[in-house]
Write a protein that binds this ligand. Structure first.
Ligand code: MG
Length: 385
């Protein structure tokens, strides 16, 4: 790895792992984290989880797996340019959505509703729960036993109530401190990735048009530049040219603006970054406004599009009915999940039981949830269809 800036995360000053381990022989500690994430079951399941379009709607759309890879690509570029820890940034980016339910945000909203009486459901917290508790891969510990800085980056948001239960990792939400710069980079790389790939996917699906998108300065500016340089370019190539230039303009602006802010603040190490009182990775005011405009556009025209909404409505019913069915009849759960439900109910009462069910549902892929719902709510009764 190229030379790290003094404000980057480094393993010599890391807060380390919860369970002490012998260091890796051929990799650094953050590369080991990245590799553990890639080998996890939750990571593989991202392939069949919705980003915006439900997985079976088409093979060309982003899934949560390809989204996470795009986030990592953008995050690594930014980290390298700012002399931050690229391996840590990559690990956080690849893990940031591990706790996502099937069916994207609709899935998480309805699972949160189902869990209202039992402590709620937050997908960021669930991503941390996946790497800390739910992955069962090592003889010596539960979870992946990741480095503190990786876990700090994965826990992007957290309610105050939950933060209070998390010890040192939750303290920053109560005390108003920032995470390290690698976590800040991963956070913005996520936004840059989804805004831009949702433009591409939305156009491909025919739910939004180039004409509509011209309302947005970020898109409009690049469309003019592409048309000028390549008049009459085939539409598919034109869209790709515009999107890649949009990403490039955001990333370049972010690197330049953050570099200036870091120089002004002059943090001597990662702790100075945490105590800086504000994020140091950010877009210029103009670019931030442009990005916000695009986000609003996507919200109104893509995420609220009646075809997306109809699908989301269906998926909410699937999650709700699965949750209710499992809560009423534990016999519907696989044996190992039943055992956990009994164990956690003994420890924490009904909320313990409900948490096991939420973990089980959150871990499902879109297609597994659809098939399971068919089995439970609408079982075939035999005879000729
Ligand atoms: Mg994401």
């Amino acid at each position: 790895m190229s030379e790290l800036a003094c404000y980057a995360a480094r393993e010599e000053t890391s807060k380390g792992r919860v369970y002490k381990e012998v260091g890796p022989s051929h990799r650094n500690q953050y590369q080991r984290d990245r590799d553990r994430i890639i080998h996890s079951a939750a990571f593989r399941r991202l392939e069949y989880k919705t980003q915006v379009f439900v997985n079976h709607e088409g093979d060309m759309f982003r899934t949560r797996l390809t989204h996470s890879i795009e986030v990592a690509q953008i995050g690594r570029t930014i980290a390298r340019a700012l002399k931050l820890n690229e391996d840590l940034t990559e690990a956080i980016c690849l893990a940031h959505d591990l706790g996502h339910t099937p069916f994207g945000h609709a899935g998480q909203d309805i699972l949160n509703d189902c869990m209202r009486e039992h402590g709620g459901f937050e997908h960021n917290l669930q991503s941390l729960r996946v790497v800390d508790v739910l992955e069962e891969r090592y003889a010596e510990f539960t979870g992946l036993n990741l480095m503190y800085e990786t876990r700090e980056g994965i826990l992007k948001h957290c309610s105050r109530t939950k933060a209070a239960e998390l010890g040192e990792l939750g303290l920053r939400f109560l005390e108003g401190r920032q995470p390290g710069l690698e976590a800040q980079v991963a956070n913005i790389a996520d936004e840059i990735a989804y805004n831009n790939h949702d433009v591409d996917d939305g156009l491909r699906a025919g739910l939004i048009t180039i004409n509509q998108l011209n309302e947005c300065e970020l898109f409009h500016a690049q469309q003019i530049a592409v048309n000028k340089q390549w008049p009459g370019l085939h539409e598919r190539r034109m869209i790709h040219e515009i999107v890649r230039r949009m990403i490039n303009s955001l990333v370049s602006d972010l690197i330049a603006t953050s570099q200036t802010k870091i120089s002004k603040t002059d943090p001597v190490d990662i702790n100075a970054v945490r105590n800086a009182g504000m994020p140091l990775i950010e877009l210029s005011q103009q670019m931030a406004a442009n990005q916000k405009e695009l986000k609003r556009f996507l919200h109104k025209n893509l995420y609220q599009h009646h075809r997306v909404q109809q699908m989301m409505q269906k998926t909410k019913i699937i999650i709700k009915e699965l949750f209710d069915a499992y809560m009423t009849d534990m016999g519907l759960l696989p044996a190992d999940v039943q055992q956990s439900a009994i164990k956690f109910e003994d420890r924490a009462g009904v909320p313990g039981h409900a948490r096991t069910i939420a973990d089980y549902i959150a871990g499902m892929t879109d297609r597994f949830a659809i098939a399971e719902h068919k089995r439970i709510a609408n079982p075939p009764l035999g005879g000729n269809a």
